[in-house]
Design a protein around this ligand. Structure first.
Ligand code: ATP
Length: 436
C-alpha cells in the first residue's frame, strides 16, 4: 500500500518529514523500500519552505531487511519486497490520526492511501509545473485512491505527485530529529565534526561552506530537524552520522530523495512561463548591473528574446562570475523564472564561449582641434567643449580586455543552493575558477 502526505507544516514549525518518520517509528506495518522525500516545483508560490512531499510503501514485508533509521534506541528496517497488502481503509484511519494530532492548525494537509501509484507524468508536472487540484483529484479517483485532507486540502496535490515519483536519478538524505522539548532552542552541532565528515566521506554533498565555516546540514528554523546529511550511499551516511558531534537526536531516518537531481529544470521549452525553472542557451547581451541589496542582474539573449538573469545577494561569490561576463559570451543558464521582477534566478551557469572584449583607455581626442573631449554622461558619448564636435561612446580608444574567466560550470556556494539543484560534484564537474 502506498501512503503519501504533504503540507502539514507552517512557518512556525513542524516538518512533514518528521511526521512521516514518527509514523514509521510507531506503525503496526512493515516499511517496504526506503521512505521518500520528493521535492516538487520550488517556484510554487504557496510553498512553506522546500516544497517537499513524503511517500512510503507499507504492508507485510519480505526479503532482505535494511537498516534505515532509529527511534529512541529502536532500529527501523525496510524490507525488499511486499508479501501482503494491508487493508486500505484501516491504513487511512490509522494515518489520518497522525495528521489530526501533528499537522499545524493553519496547514492544508493531504493524505493519500493507494494500492497503485499515480502515473509518472504527475511527478514530472509536479516538479516542473503548477497543477490544479481538480486535475489531480480526477487522476486519484480513477485509481481508486483514498484521500483525507484538511483546510483547503492542497496537500493532496503534493502527496499525489510525491507518490508518482519513479526515480530516474536519486540521492539519499539522513535526517536526524530533536526531542520535542528542544524544538526552538539553539542546536548543538560541532562545525569541526561536520568539516571532518565532509572531508572524510566521498559521496556526501552540500555539508559545509569551508571558507566561511558555515554548516549547511542544520536548519535555523524552529523545526524538529537537527541535521540532514545528503549523500549517495546508505552505508556511508551511517558512517557520516557517527562522525558528527552533536546533541543526542531522538530519531533519525534515511530517505530516498530527488534532491540534487535537477529534475525541476525544463529544457528546450516552447514558451517561458513564470514559476517554472528553465535551462537555456543564451548570449550575454549587456554588462552586469549591481543593484541595491547586493543583487546582480545581467541581460542575456536566447531564442525567447532578452531575459534578465539575477544572482541575489545570498549567492555571494557566485555574483563575481556574473560580473565577469561580457556581451557576446555564450552561456547556458539554469534558474527559476520569477514573475516580478521578471527575471531568471540563477542556480547554475555554464560558460561555453568567451567573447573578445575591449576596454576604454581614454576619452577620445577631437578630430577637429585635437583636444581631449569631455564625456556627456554615462554611455552618452563625448563632446568637444571647444568646437562642439560629438563622438559616440564606441569611438573612444580601446584595448583588448584580459578576461578573468574560463569556460566551464559555475554554481553558488553550498548554503544558497536549492534542494533540487544538482551540485557540480554529482555531475562529474568542478568549477574551474574559485571566486573569493
Ligand atoms: P516543507 O518543505 O517544510 O515540508 P513545503 O515547502 O513542502 O514545506 P507545503 O506546506 O508542503 O510546503 O506547501 C506546498 C503546497 O504546494 C502543498 O499544498 C502542495 O500540495 C502544493 N504543491 C506542491 N507542488 C505543487 C505543484 N506543482 N502545483 C500545485 N501545487 C503544488
Amino acid at each position: 500500500m502506498y501512503v503519501a502526505v504533504d503540507d502539514t507544516d507552517s512557518c512556525r514549525g513542524m516538518c512533514t518529514t518528521y511526521l512521516l518518520a514518527k509514523m514509521i517509528a510507531e506503525m503496526p506495518y512493515d516499511l517496504i523500500g526506503m521512505p521518500r522525500l520528493v521535492r516538487l516545483n520550488p517556484a510554487v508560490p504557496w510553498k512553506t519552505r522546500g516544497n517537499g512531499a513524503l511517500s512510503m510503501r507499507i504492508g507485510i514485508g519480505g526479503g532482505e531487511r535494511t537498516l534505515v533509521g532509529e527511534s529512541r534506541g529502536h532500529e527501523i528496517f525496510c524490507y525488499s519486497y511486499l508479501k501482503e497488502e494491508p487493508n486500505a481503509k484501516e491504513v487511512l484511519h490509522w494515518a489520518s490520526r497522525y495528521l489530526d494530532d501533528n499537522a499545524e492548525p493553519d496547514a492544508n494537509p493531504g493524505l493519500i492511501v493507494s494500492l497503485l501509484k499515480p502515473p509518472q507524468r504527475l511527478y514530472w508536472s509536479g516538479v516542473r509545473d503548477i497543477l490544479l487540484m481538480d486535475d489531480v483529484k480526477t487522476i486519484l479517483s480513477g485509481m481508486g485512491a483514498l484521500i483525507y485532507s484538511k483546510g483547503n486540502g492542497r496537500g493532496v496535490i503534493g502527496a499525489a505527485c510525491g507518490m508518482a515519483w519513479r526515480p530516474r536519478d536519486r540521492t539519499l538524505e539522513l535526517l536526524a530529529y530533536r526531542p520535542r522539548e528542544r524544538w526552538g532552542t539553539d542546536r548543538y552541532l560541532d562545525p569541526d565534526s561536520v568539516e571532518r565528515m565532509d572531508s572524510e566521506t566521498v559521496s556526501t554533498f552540500n555539508n559545509i561552506e569551508i571558507r566561511r565555516r558555515k554548516v549547511a546540514i542544520s536548519p535555523s528554523t524552529p523545526c524538529p530537524v537537527l541535521y540532514g546529511i545528503r549523500g549517495e550511499d546508505r552505508e556511508e551516511l551511517l558512517t557520516a552520522r557517527r562522525m558528527l558531534v552533536s546533541e543526542e537526536p531522538e530519531m533519525w531516518l534515511i530517505f530516498m530523495t530527488n534532491q540534487g537531481t535537477d529534475d525541476h529544470m525544463v529544457k528546450d521549452a516552447a514558451t517561458l512561463l513564470p514559476n517554472r525553472s528553465y535551462r537555456l542557451k543564451a548570449t550575454v547581451a549587456g554588462r552586469a548591473r549591481d543593484q541595491r541589496g547586493g543583487h546582480v542582474f545581467i541581460p542575456v539573449r536566447c531564442e525567447h528574446g532578452i531575459i534578465e538573469c539575477a544572482a541575489y545577494e545570498p549567492s555571494k561569490e557566485f555574483r563575481s562570475l556574473i560580473r565577469a561576463l561580457r556581451p557576446g559570451d555564450v552561456v547556458e543558464v539554469m534558474g527559476e523564472l520569477r514573475e516580478t521582477p521578471r527575471s531568471l534566478n540563477l542556480e547554475k551557469v555554464r560558460v561555453l564561449e568567451i567573447a573578445e572584449s575591449r576596454i576604454k583607455t581614454a576619452n577620445p581626442r577631437c578630430p577637429r582641434c585635437g583636444r581631449a573631449m569631455k564625456s556627456v554622461g554615462r554611455d552618452a558619448g563625448y563632446r568637444c567643449r571647444n568646437c562642439s564636435v560629438y563622438l559616440s561612446e564606441e569611438q573612444a580608444p580601446t584595448e583588448p580586455e584580459s578576461r578573468q574567466l574560463v569556460p566551464g560550470w559555475y554554481e553558488p556556494p553550498v548554503c544558497s543552493r536549492r534542494h533540487l539543484s544538482k551540485p557540480l560534484c554529482r555531475m562529474g564537474e568542478y568549477q574551474p575558477i574559485d571566486f573569493v
